[in-house]
Structure formats: C-alpha cells, structure tokens
Design a protein around this ligand. Sequence first.
Ligand code: DGL
Length: 285
Amino acid sequence: VNERHVGVFDSGVGGLTVARELLRQLPEENLLYLGDTARVPYGPRGGATITRFALELVQFLLDREVKALVVACNSISASAIESIRRLSPVPVIDVIEPTVRAAVAATRTGRIGIIGTVSTVASGVYERHAAALDSDLQVIAQACPLLVPIAEEGLADHAVAHLMAEEYVARFREEAVDVLILGCTHYPLLKPVLADVLGPGVQLIDSAGPTISDLATLLRRRGLERSGAPHHRFCVTDASYKFLQIATAMLGADVSDQVEQVCVELPAGEGLPGCILPDLVPAMV
Ligand code: DGL
C-alpha cells in the first residue's frame, strides 16, 4: 500500500500549488495529480454539478489505487466533501479545515478575510469552520470570479491581474482584517499582486502548507509513508498548453513526459489509454 500514489486533484492548475508543497514536504511520496482542465472553472457552477464532476475525479483516482486523496480545490471541498468521504475507502484530506486552523492561529484582531470562488463563498463553509473554532471570530468573505481565469491563463504579471485584485481585495484594507485566507488553490499564483494591493498589514494564508502538514501527519500515523526515489504522474482532461506551461514554471522542472490526457467521464471513471501531450507545447513553456 505504501508504494501507491497520493492522489491530488483540482479543477485545473490550482491544485499544483498544493502538489508543489507535497513535493517539498514529502519528497519521497509518489504523486498522482489530476486536473480537470476540460471543465475548469468549477467555481461559477452549482453544487450538484461540482459534486458530479468531483466524484468522477475521485473515482478515476480510486481506480488507480491511490493510498490517500487530497482535495486540492476549495470549490470541490465546499460542495462535495461529504459525498467524497462517503465514496472513498482511503483517507481524504481537505484544504479548508487546515487552512482555517492556520488563519485562526495567525489572527490577532479576530477579523479574518477570505477570498474564493462564487460557489465557495456562497457555501458559507469558511464562516462555519471559523465559528466552530471560536464563535467570536468575524469572517468577511469576497467572491473573486475572474481570478481563476487570470491564473489559468498565466496572467499573474499582467495589468489585468492588478486591476482585478484591486477590485476584489481593496475593501479588506478598510475592513481592518489582519489575515486573508486564499480560499482557492489558484490564488497563490497571484500572491505577489494580492500582497501588493493589500500592503504589509495583512498576512496571506495559503492552504498548501497546512494541508500537506495534515497529510504528512496522517501518513505517519497510519504507517503509510514510503521512501526512495518518487515517480509522479500528471493527468489532465484536456491537452491544454497552459497546464504544461504553468506546471513547468511552478514545479521548476519539465514534466512533459509525465503528463497524460485522460477521460474521467466514462462509466466507472475508466481512463482512456494515456497519451503524452503533443509537441506543440514546448514553444509555449
Ligand atoms: N482551484 C479551485 C478552488 O480552490 C477552483 C477554481 C475553479 O475551478 O473555479 O476553488
């Protein structure tokens, strides 16, 4: 069992921010990443659709016998975590709960901001988790629907990222929050521009660190750790040039020979035979 992969999944490239942390904290674990690049973004969709998509991703990973699942997507977690836990016989680590714990530990004023997709913010899941830890906390939430497409397009350094960051997060300067949760795994890709708009008085809380720390504890407690040179795989549902471009930039390595395009929508989540992304990609990297 220990040799099996850890399954990390997201609607697209965002979960790579969590995968990168897995490679950093647990460098000997085998990673199986799944990004639903054919159907991203999930954030503007309703809960039933997100749950249906998410269960297809989970089934795909379970069919490949992962030893644990990391839900590296807040929108999936907010809508589907209970359905995922019901379906999965292997342990499931979620991004939201560890991130709220980190934010609660970091705040001095008790005023916490959170930015996320429309579905995540509408679910109220952050407010519920924070209230469960401390009912005096104040949580101020803001949906940022355009930030995911900006991140997926690799436009983090473009003026449009600055414009939209100003539009969405400038209010937090007046709200006097001292921590802001990046409640979407795509947002760490936009960290510099968000930090720039918010200034030094607001600490940004990224879900990758706390989530992977929880995974590390879980693997250790259950005796599921592995050692030795790892073998990683990256599966995407669409041969998007952006995935390879962003994955290469983020992971600091060319992963093109580890990327395959798969189909998750077949009955029982059966994957198509893996195919390596075409050669048109390197020019974009
Ligand atoms: N990265 C995802 C999240 O954490 C979702 C982005 C999307 O597909 O809208 O919410």
